[in-house]
Every structure is written in structure tokens, then in C-alpha cells.
Design a protein around this ligand. Sequence first.
Ligand code: G6P
Ligand code: MG
Length: 219
Amino acid sequence: DIKGFAFDLDGVLADTAKFHSQAWQQIAEELKIPWTPELESGIKGIDRMSSLMLILNSAGVADNYTEEQKEALAKRKNDHYQELIGTLTPDDVLPGMRKFLDELKANHLSMSIASASKNAPFILEKLAISDYFVGVVDPSKVKEGKPAPDIFAEAAKILNADPTTVIGLEDSAAGIASINAADEISVGIGDKGLLHEAKINFPSTADVTLAKVRSHLNW
Ligand code: G6P
Ligand code: MG
């Protein structure tokens, strides 16, 4: 049976994927690197420095920057991002998700946060949803980010549950790969083409209910 849920944050609970994109686009523009749909979906789920490397590599210019310069670019992106998330309010929980969290709580299912973002605790506070979760994975304490299994594996530990009884929710291909590699049940939210490795798919956050997850699994 289902023992718990591990949630990605950006693009699943919080309407913040647009802010990551906006902040990186500004950096890309300054560096004269064209912004593409591949970058738009590719930065989802991967950590800050990996996102920068993806952007630099897309233009074949990664070697033109020193480690110090890369750190400075990543910091500037994060400064801008933090300005943007400073404006978040409880209304920025994605459609249907607060209701879904309430449904899981009413069913005594525990929940944890499996985000690559170091800004996750701040965002949970801004959205006023911290109290739903038994814990938040600290991405600076895991060896490898998504698509490696570490973040979702740690989220199952926090839930004190066998991974095969944990449902992971994700809006990114890297995140779905992480859930599958951790031997959990993957739920993809968004474009089915990009998230084709997910066990279950929902077009949008508004479509997710416990009953639908159960019926897909015959549990
Ligand atoms: C999430 C987002 C990524 C972001 C990563 C790190 O996974 O989907 O786009 O790069 O978090 O976020 P941070 O807030 O630590 O830069
Ligand atoms: Mg995400």
C-alpha cells in the first residue's frame, strides 16, 4: 500500500519554475547565449551549477569562464531569483495542490520535500505549507543531484518508508529519472512527451487526486 508522498517543489507545489527560467534567461541574454525550449525544460530539476553548465555548454562556451566567474554568475542568478520569490504569497501554490495536501493529510499519509533547491524552506514558508511535511531533504547533504536517486532516496528515509511504497511527484525529466532510480513510483505532472518515463501522468497539478493515483496503481 502507499506509505507516503515525496514532493518536488518548483513546478509541482510552487509556481516558481517561471522564476528560475526568468532569472537564468537574464544571465543567458547578458552572455549572448540564445534561450531555447531545450534550456527551458533542461534546467528543471537540476541543481544551480548544473543549470549554468547546461546553458554555457549549449553555446559551447563553458571553457571561456573560470570557476570564479561561474560561481559569480550562479550567485547573480540566485540573487535575482531570491528577489522574485520574495513576492510569493500563499496564492502561489499551484492549482489543486493545497487541496491535494489536505486530502493526503486527512488520509494520514506522510509527506516530504525532495527538491534540489536550497531555497526550498524559504518558499515553503512563503506559501504557508511547511507544516504539511515531516521533513525537507537538504540538497547540500546528498552526494548527487537529480537525475541520480539520492534526493528521492533521502525523501523516503525521511518518511521512514520502503521506497517501493513511496509516490514521487515531479514536473521534470531529471526528477522522474531520480524517482525511478530510487525505486519509487513516479508521477509526472505536465507534458507527457517530456515526462514519458513516468509511471503515471497528469497533464496539470489541478488533475492530481489520491483516488486517481490509487486507481492507476490498482491499490
Ligand atoms: C529546482 C529547480 C531547478 C533549480 C534547482 C536548484 O530543482 O527545478 O531549476 O536549478 O531547484 O535551485 P536553487 O534554488 O538551489 O538554485
Ligand atoms: Mg520541479
